[in-house]
Design a binder for this molecule. Structure first.
Ligand code: KG4
Ligand code: ZN
Length: 347
């Protein structure tokens, strides 16, 4: 089974082709093969605005998408007719970009009479680990990205129970803000991780919101404010102080993630913890999560940040179960993974 995955929900235009072996994955058997995985990052186009500009993102997706589809097919050595399905991120995300990906996938699916699969971007992250590792359902998922911070039980495609979420900011956003305040550039996560390497993680005592409180929710706005106040008092041109603050910040985030995951495992025991989303690329945080006493599995680093392969893989998991979408699917700016979650709450 070969599926194309298209991802356009934020500032990466990405197309991939993934092949799945026979079997339905129910025994946790391996795993997919990435035949092509092309990612065009728009980061340079947004840099001078200090953040992602939705209209610029949508236009850039539109300009690139056809070329990337052609490039991915060439890399895979396939034609559209060889595919078994076309998957695209159907939300949540910046709606102009999501529309570009969904329209492209629908057009290909219609023209070549292939199944169309609308994939929840968060489900793409949530299932991505099974593309490269034999991990059976159910597992506990810590989903940490630029827009989300959630703990979920993952039982299968479309089958999630949310245990906790952030009540304000996402953890990746907090990394990005810290990097921006320290002039480390974007994306902030890798820059902070790099700078933290030579730092003293005990130099700055930062608040650990929600730490040792009951439940599995997160909060990061207080930490963001504390970082800003600390940066304002930092001596100028002091690289050691920057390194120390990055290390202290990262340790604080690690403390909070461990505490929240510990609560989740206590209330809903699982033998496997999966960490996914852009922040899962952080090696220090992975090391901290390994101390929780359950098996920790993470996707390879290049599959942690947004990419088409995770959308193709989620498409394969859906296609195996016959969860195909109609061509009248409407892109969704908000789309919670757990439909039990009340509207108005963070998706
Ligand atoms: O999953 P992703 O590519 O996009 C969203 O769906 O949000 O995540 C991007 C986020 C950014 O905030 C970025 O700074 C963060 O992931 N990130 C990291 C690392 N690499 C990317 N955060 C911490 N450490 C990293 N190495
Ligand atoms: Zn993402």
């Amino acid at each position: 089974m070969r599926v194309m995955g298209i991802e356009t929900s934020c500032d990466e235009t990405a197309v991939a082709v993934v092949e799945a072996p026979p079997g339905d994955g129910s025994l946790g058997e391996p795993v997919g093969r990435i035949l092509a995985n092309v990612v065009y990052s728009q980061i340079a186009e947004h840099r001078r605005f200090g953040g992602v500009v939705p209209e610029i993102a949508a236009r850039a997706h539109l300009e690139r998408i056809d070329g990337l589809v052609t490039e991915a097919l060439a890399e895979a050595g396939l034609e559209l007719a060889d595919l078994d399905g076309i998957a695209a991120t159907g939300g949540p995300g910046l709606i102009g970009g999501v529309m570009v990906g969904v329209m492209t996938a629908k057009a290909i699916a219609f023209a070549h009479d292939k199944p169309f699969l609308a994939v929840n971007h968060l489900e793409g992250h949530a299932l991505s680990v099974r593309l490269t590792e034999p991990v059976a359902f159910p597992y506990l998922l810590l989903l940490v990205s630029g827009g989300h911070c959630q703990l979920l039980t993952v039982r299968g495609p479309g089958d999630f129970t949310r245990l906790g979420t952030t009540i304000d900011d996402a953890v990746g956003e907090c990394f990005d803000k810290t990097a921006k305040l320290l002039g480390l550039g974007s994306p902030g996560g890798p820059a902070v991780e790099q700078a933290a390497k030579g730092g003293d993680d005990r130099r700055f005592a930062l608040p650990r919101p929600m730490w040792r409180k009951p439940g599995c929710d997160f909060s990061f706005s207080g930490l963001k404010t504390a970082v800003r106040q600390t940066v304002e008092k930092l001596p100028k041109d002091d690289a050691q102080a920057v390194a120390d603050l990055c290390a202290s910040f990262q340790r604080t985030v690690g403390d909070v993630l461990i505490d929240r995951c510990g609560n989740a495992l206590a209330t809903a025991p699982h033998d496997t913890l999966v960490v996914a989303g852009g922040v899962a690329a952080n090696i220090y945080l992975r090391g901290r999560l390994e101390t929780l006493g359950v098996r920790l599995v993470a996707p390879p680093i290049r599959l942690c940040t947004d990419n088409g392969a995770m959308i193709a893989w989620a498409g394969i998991e859906r296609l195996r179960l016959g969860m195909v979408d109609d061509l009248d699917f409407a892109p969704r700016p908000r789309w919670p993974l757990d439909p039990g979650v009340r509207m108005g709450q963070q998706p």
